[in-house]
Design a protein around this ligand. Structure first.
Ligand SMILES: Nc1nc2c(ncn2[C@@H]2O[C@H](COP(=O)(O)OP(=O)(O)OP(=O)(O)O)[C@@H](O)[C@H]2O)c(=O)[nH]1
Ligand SMILES: [Mg+2]
Length: 313
């Protein structure tokens, strides 16, 4: 891909051209475009969006909530991007309205862009890809960007690393899960949502989250808890209003600024790690690794082989 062609796509994507935005994403995914070249061109213009992670157990209603929030956020004249990261399904080739996404309040609106992302094994780093995609959405002028991930232990951490705010979504049946949650996971949440409040015991769950938050020693500042139902619409408007308010005050939000700095240094670290690994594995070094055979199996320790590989320049 020539730089001229990439520049054309970038320009169009910046002007919110739907096809160029998705081509840019697919191009990065398929390694047709260089990540670093795209990043160099867009990075400085990715700071006008508020990136919000929506994470929680499977089926908690994360997509339904996002779908409900979209029209309310649009009423405030803000545009929306949604990335639904699905760790379990193979890649769909970037379906725009993913099957599991349940997001249909976006159809026929140029100011809403929804994309579901599967995790392709060889791709690795689905989180990094989501980070790149969220930058593209920010560059295209989206104001609020939701990144939905299923919380399965580690993914809450990953999504919190690439977003400005992390929302943990629970359902009334999550009571036991909450008790088991490590303080670490609670600490990374900026917003709590108890969804499916049309079911019984939602008040109990709100109370128990409150209790856990107030008993954690660290000063976590004010952490809002929204009780919502996608069935009755309870609490949805409050949640949407709060997101819009957070968007308008994000430049004064010290917590967000701190996260952005941590994010930048983590990205630098990860780029350096990858570059070093790439430059380490010369053909000669790879061949030593490939030549390991049964004779080596019980006679040399991995450390000895590492020394040999390192020494072979
Ligand atoms: N009763 C009730 N059902 C809800 C509510 N929100 C979502 N649901 C239902 O819960 C199911 C799962 O909803 P999704 O929005 O797909 O949940 P999700 O968290 O995005 O699911 P995954 O992406 O598969 O982890 C669907 O059948 C929804 O209709 C709610 O507030 N109340
Ligand atoms: Mg979903």
């Amino acid at each position: 891909m020539s730089s001229k062609k990439l520049n054309e796509i970038l320009l169009k994507a910046k002007n919110n051209d739907f096809l160029s935005i998705s081509n840019l994403m697919s191009g990065i995914e398929n390694k047709k475009f260089s990540r670093s070249e795209v990043s160099r061109n867009i990075y400085k213009e990715t700071f006008n969006a508020l990136k919000i992670g929506i994470t929680g157990p499977p089926g908690a209603g994360k997509s339904s909530l996002t779908n409900k929030l979209i029209p309310l956020i649009r009423e405030s004249n803000l545009s929306v991007g949604v990335l639904a990261v699905d760790p379990s399904s193979p890649i769909t080739g970037g379906s725009f309205l993913g099957d599991r996404v349940r997001i249909n309040n976006a159809i026929n609106d140029d100011h809403v862009f929804v994309r579901s992302m599967g995790s392709r094994a060889e791709l690795g780093g689905i989180t990094e890809l989501a980070e790149d995609f969220s930058d593209i959405l920010a560059y295209s002028g989206k104001d609020i960007i939701f990144i939905e991930t299923v919380g399965v232990g580690q993914s809450e951490y990953s999504v919190s690393e690439i977003t400005d705010l992390t929302t943990l979504v629970f359902v009334p049946e999550s009571g036991d899960e909450i008790q088991l949650l490590k303080a670490g996971i609670l600490e990374l949440a900026d917003i709590f949502v108890v969804n499916k409040s049309d079911r019984k015991d939602s008040n109990l769950l709100v109370k128990s989250i409150n209790n856990i938050l107030s008993s954690t020693k660290k000063d976590m500042g004010h952490i809002p808890i929204f009780k919502t139902s996608c069935k009755t619409d309870e609490g949805i408007k409050d949640f949407a209003d709060s997101i819009v308010e957070m968007f308008h005050s994000m430049n004064e939000n010290e917590k967000i600024k701190k996260k952005q700095i941590i994010r930048l240094s983590r990205r630098i670290e990860s780029i350096i790690e990858k570059d070093l690994i790439k430059s380490f594995w010369t053909e000669e070094r790879k061949s030593i690794l490939n030549d390991i055979d049964t004779n080596d199996l019980k006679s040399v320790s991995p450390y000895e082989i590492v020394e040999k590989i390192k020494g072979s320049l």
